[in-house]
Structure formats: structure tokens, C-alpha cells
Design a protein around this ligand. Structure first.
Ligand SMILES: Nc1ncnc2c1ncn2[C@@H]1O[C@H](COP(=O)(O)OP(=O)(O)OP(=O)(O)O)[C@@H](O)[C@H]1O
Ligand SMILES: Cc1ncsc1CCO
Ligand SMILES: [Mg+2]
Length: 267
């Protein structure tokens, strides 16, 4: 696939005008960060995880984002119910396997969830994608110890097994669906010094799949926007605290020209 900057811009405009409701079951670390990122791109976020209400909430949402960052039994119950309901109603599911590879609990729950209800998009760092594919990959908690290119075979395998689009984030972001791949080289190394930038990428994919039914394209567009916004923010002030704030401001006022002039497609 060739990434078209005009189509990325078209998706952003669609998000800003439709303000899709994005249902997030996510971790305590990033609830605030990813809700703000979704608002900044133009979507409408809600963080809802109680088993008593997730099914109803999925029914009124345009996409479901599931992130296992601070997993526990209660969260798992909500995730299972929400993913089943999304599947039943044909709503896109975006899955973030945070920290898979670090503990057997994470490996087991992630595999159970995606086998029962294959996500439209799976986004993780290289360690997480390799571990999710069943490889004996090392991870440093929630951080990868491999470059994103190391997980390419694992991503192809997962994409075929679950018929999902798989995104490996890192210095280069790879977006894979079956035998198709596109990669983007935008972003800034400082992004890995702010917690939850990966979770933010996953949440933004939720906004893009809500307006673009081609989930492969939507995921690639989200990663391009993530990278471009990250690099603009890092150029403004190259420190982690400022990056977090400037990233939101940049997302909010991103223009078609920012995308046209900055997009770096590497394949
Ligand atoms: N060295 C780098 N150069 C450019 N961009 C980067 C670099 N490292 C990370 N990024 C960007 O930062 C974002 C987060 O990706 P990363 O792979 O660090 O996620 P993660 O490990 O899942 O993070 P977290 O678990 O903290 O949410 C992605 O959009 C990615 O492209
Ligand atoms: C730091 C951290 N720990 C569990 S989830 C999370 C957010 C980044 O993945
Ligand atoms: Mg992560």
C-alpha cells in the first residue's frame, strides 16, 4: 500500500466532524493521557470497564480499544464482555498487548482474548508482538528491548492467524495486513521517554478505525499522525514533560500541510 497524505487528512477531518465515541478499557497509567489525545484529535473518549455496563457502552460506541496495561481479574471480565459485544455488533476492536512476554498471566489472557474475538488491529512494541506470536522474546516490563524490524515475521504470523492488522511501533512503525506492509519513519526518540505514547498510538488507531472501514489504512494513518505530531512536539522543546503537553497541542492543530510536508513512508 502507498500512504496518501491527502487520505490521512481526509480521515482527520472525518474524525473532527463526526467526533466518534471511542470506548476504552485501558490501564490506570494512561487513562488521562489517552483520553486527552483522543479529544485533541477530535474524537470523544470514554474510559469504561465495569462488567455491569461495558456491553451497553460498546453498543453506543464507534470503536473499542482494549489495553491490558494494568490487568486484573475485574478488568479481564470487562474486556471479554466488551470484545464479544463488539464482535457481535461488527464494531472495530483495537488491542494493545502491553507487557506481554513479561509474565505468563499477560501471555495467557491476551491469547485468550484475541482467540475468542480477533481484533481488527493489534498494536504493540517489538517485544510484545514477538511474545504474542508465541516466540520466546525478552521484554523489559512494558518496554521493548528489540528494534521494531525484529518483529516482522511475528507480525505477519499474527496477521494471518487472526486476520488482523498488526502494528509494530518503534523508531520505524510497521503496519502489516496479511502479505501487505507499509512503514513510516516519523517520530522522535524522546517519545519513548514519555509513558503511554504507545498506548496513545493504540487509542488514536481507535479514532481512525471509527471513521475508516479499511482498518489497515486507518492504522497506518494513525501511526503517521502519531509520528508527525511527536516530531513536531519534540522540535518545539526536547524534554519529556514538555513533549507530553506539546504533543496534545500539536494533535489539536495538525494541518494537511504538516502531513504533506513531513510524512516519511519507508516502503
Ligand atoms: N526511537 C524512536 N524514534 C522515533 N519514534 C519513536 C521512537 N521510539 C518510539 N517512537 C514512537 O513512539 C510511539 C510509541 O511507541 P513505542 O514503541 O515506544 O510504544 P510502547 O513501547 O508500547 O510504549 P508504552 O508502553 O509506554 O505506551 C510510536 O508512535 C513510535 O513510532
Ligand atoms: C508504565 C506502565 N505500567 C503498566 S501500563 C504502563 C503504561 C505504559 O505501557
Ligand atoms: Mg506499550
Amino acid at each position: 500500500m502507498q500512504l496518501n497524505p491527502h487520505q490521512i487528512w481526509r480521515d482527520i477531518q472525518a474524525i473532527r466532524s463526526a467526533q466518534p465515541l471511542i470506548h476504552n478499557i485501558t490501564n490506570f497509567v494512561v487513562m488521562n493521557t489517552t483520553a486527552n489525545a483522543l479529544l485533541a484529535i477530535g474524537a470523544s473518549p470514554a474510559m469504561v470497564h465495569a462488567t455491569e455496563e461495558v456491553e451497553e457502552f460498546v453498543s453506543i460506541s464507534q470503536a473499542l480499544v482494549v489495553n491490558i496495561g494494568t490487568l486484573d481479574t475485574n478488568f479481564v471480565g470487562g474486556m471479554e464482555l466488551a470484545m464479544k459485544q463488539a464482535h457481535k455488533l461488527n464494531k472495530p476492536i483495537v488491542f494493545d498487548p502491553v507487557g506481554v512476554g513479561a509474565t505468563s498471566y499477560r501471555n495467557k489472557i491476551s491469547t485468550q482474548l484475541i482467540q475468542a474475538t480477533p481484533p481488527s488491529v493489534i498494536r504493540g512494541n517489538a517485544s510484545e508482538i514477538m511474545a504474542l506470536a508465541g516466540l520466546d522474546a525478552q521484554t523489559k516490563g512494558v518496554d521493548s528491548i528489540y528494534g521494531s524490524e525484529s518483529a516482522l515475521n511475528a507480525a505477519y504470523f499474527l496477521s494471518k492467524k487472526y486476520n488482523s492488522t498488526v502494528v509494530i511501533s518503534g523508531a520505524t512503525d510497521f503496519i502489516i495486513h496479511q502479505d501487505n506492509m507499509v512503514s513510516t519513519a516519523n517520530g522522535h526518540p524522546l517519545m519513548s521517554k514519555v509513558t503511554g505514547m504507545g498506548c496513545t498510538a493504540t487509542a488514536l488507531i481507535g479514532a481512525f478505525v471509527a471513521v475508516n472501514p479499511n482498518y489497515f489504512e486507518a492504522a497506518a494513518h494513525a501511526m503517521a499522525v502519531m509520528g508527525i505530531s511527536g516530531e513536531i512536539a519534540a522540535e518545539k522543546n526536547p524534554y519529556p514533560g514538555s513533549l507530553q503537553v506539546n504533543f496534545l497541542d500539536t494533535l489539536h492543530k495538525l494541518t494537511g500541510d504538516d502531513i504533506l510536508y513531513r510524512l516519511q513512508v519507508t516502503s
